[in-house]
Ligand binder design. Structure first.
Ligand SMILES: C[S@@+](CC[C@H](N)C(=O)[O-])C[C@H]1O[C@@H](n2cnc3c(N)ncnc32)[C@H](O)[C@@H]1O
Length: 453
């Protein structure tokens, strides 16, 4: 580090002793709030908090209104905005996706008729990714659980790829003491080799002319510039230069012809981070129109679709799918591309899960409550106070003193949390068991109000 930082090394060591800043990114699909807080300068929806609250005790986090994300990582926004035409319908891959920081960010930046595949190789982590994607509620994301090598089956499919690679985590040292204990030169070598393998495996799936955003949360050159230089040598690829504002404090690097961007804690408000943007050489080929194939996705029956279609706004813009009793919806223009992903990968979650249909019995699903396209007017709603909302999220039975036999959409500060079914004066709690808050509620509830701060 001393060699990389020269005279800045002392300040760097000092910064490592300080508490890292806390930052969040708002979901523009769920709120138009502009909190009066300092902004993350490279990300339109990013804000720094003055202190770290107990996020678990804020219902709006569970509703997908914002995501707690380290600020440096939000820099991928500049790569997308500066080198990609985000108005166009794109196929986007987030290869190493869990827990979902970059995936939820990408989903907010691409157009609604773009298809995003968010992947995670470790199954338990893939479920966490699916949960966070469902909470974000964009509706155009498929979550897959595949090894990078499986993506070779989707040759030249993606316009944009994010590889936020597993790394030796030097940039996390002040946040995660365990990372210090696990660091060794041998581990850096292993990480660098694994990153090269991941890049080789996934490269075929990028279209010629497509863009790869590579990032790590480590500083050594082996896992960063050297890996990208290696990729450029192996394949037809060039790194792209981004425009930086001096006040951002980002350190550009140029090593072996590679343009890289480094985040050091004494110069930028964020954790350690590295990013490079690579364009694949070659000219994109016209997509061949293949003969009519057998689809893997099955359309919902007309009758079933009619029962639920007014549960989304602009239902005509969606294609309605059915697997078993579950009906889900995807933006209609994405049907063919989504089917191709289903043919080749293991898909855990797709679009928005709307309802379970059993004869005439209908059950709205959690994905619908959290969808950015939910048509609230189709439901009876009830607003909860903080304690009621937290008890609901703990999956406790709550009573609102109402009577009836309807499905109720429960909200906090006008943002949907999930469903409850009234049975007389009782209310059954349909919040997903796996997502419930496990923490005991404190005697005194905190009043964290990000959206009105
Ligand atoms: C830095 S984390 C990703 C963080 C995520 N992009 C975000 O913004 O929330 C790296 C991810 O790579 C996954 N991973 C580990 N080994 C991998 C491998 N061999 N191939 C692909 N992904 C791997 C890890 O499970 C982890 O979720």
């Amino acid at each position: 580090m001393q060699r990389l930082l020269g005279s800045g090394y002392e300040s760097f060591l000092e910064a490592l002793q300080q508490t890292p800043p806390t930052s969040v990114r708002l979901n523009p699909g769920k709120t138009a709030a502009k909190p009066g807080l300092p902004k993350v300068p490279w990300a339109e929806q990013g804000y720094y908090l003055r202190e770290r609250p107990s996020f678990t005790l804020d219902p709006l986090l569970h509703a997908g209104t914002y995501y707690v994300q380290e600020a440096s990582s939000m820099f991928i926004e500049q790569a997308l905005k500066q080198v990609i035409d985000l108005e166009k319908p794109l196929h986007v891959l987030d290869l190493c996706g869990a827990p979902g920081g970059k995936s939820t960010h990408l989903a907010s930046l691409i157009s609604p008729d773009s298809l995003q595949v968010s992947n995670e190789v470790i199954k338990s982590r893939a479920y966490v990714l699916a949960e966070n994607v469902a909470k974000w509620g964009s509706g155009n994301v498929l979550v897959t659980n595949n090894d990078p090598r499986d993506f070779g089956r989707l040759k030249s499919f993606f316009d944009v790829m994010v590889v936020d690679a597993p790394c030796s985590g030097e940039g996390m040292f002040r946040k995660d003491l365990q990372a210090i204990g696990e660091w060794s030169e041998e581990n850096v070598n292993l990480c660098a080799q694994r990153q090269q393998r991941i890049l080789t495996d996934v490269w075929e799936a990028l279209k010629p002319g497509g863009v790869l955003i590579y990032s790590t949360c480590t500083w050594n050159e082996q896992e960063n510039e050297e890996n990208i230089a290696w990729l450029s040598e192996q394949e037809q690829a060039e790194t792209l230069k981004l425009i930086l504002r001096p006040e951002w404090g980002i350190t550009p690097t140029h090593l072996n012809g590679v343009e890289g961007y480094r985040f050091y804690p004494h110069l930028t408000q964020g954790e350690g981070f590295f990013m490079a943007v690579v364009r694949k050489g070659g000219i994109p080929e016209e997509e061949a129109i293949g003969k009519k194939k057998k689809y893997k996705l099955t359309l919902a029956g007309k009758k079933e679709q009619a029962l639920v279609e007014n549960w989304l706004q602009n239902p005509e813009q969606f294609v309605w799918l059915q697997h078993g009793e579950v009906i889900s919806a995807l933006p209609a223009p994405l049907f063919d591309a989504a089917d191709k992903v289903f043919q080749n990968l293991y898909v855990l979650f797709a679009g928005a899960e709307i309802a379970e249909v059993n004869g005439k019995k209908l059950k709205p699903l959690q994905g619908l409550a959290l969808s950015q396209h939910l048509n609230k007017a189709a439901f009876e709603t009830a607003d909860l106070n903080l304690e009621q909302a937290l008890r609901y999220l703990r999956k406790e039975d709550i009573s609102l003193g109402t009577n009836g036999s309807n499905w109720l959409l429960l909200q906090y500060k006008n943002i949907p949390l999930g469903w409850a079914k009234q049975v007389g004066n009782r209310m059954n709690n349909y919040y997903p068991k796996e997502w419930r808050i496990r923490m005991e509620l404190p005697q005194e509830l905190p009043s964290f109000t990000l959206l009105t701060a």
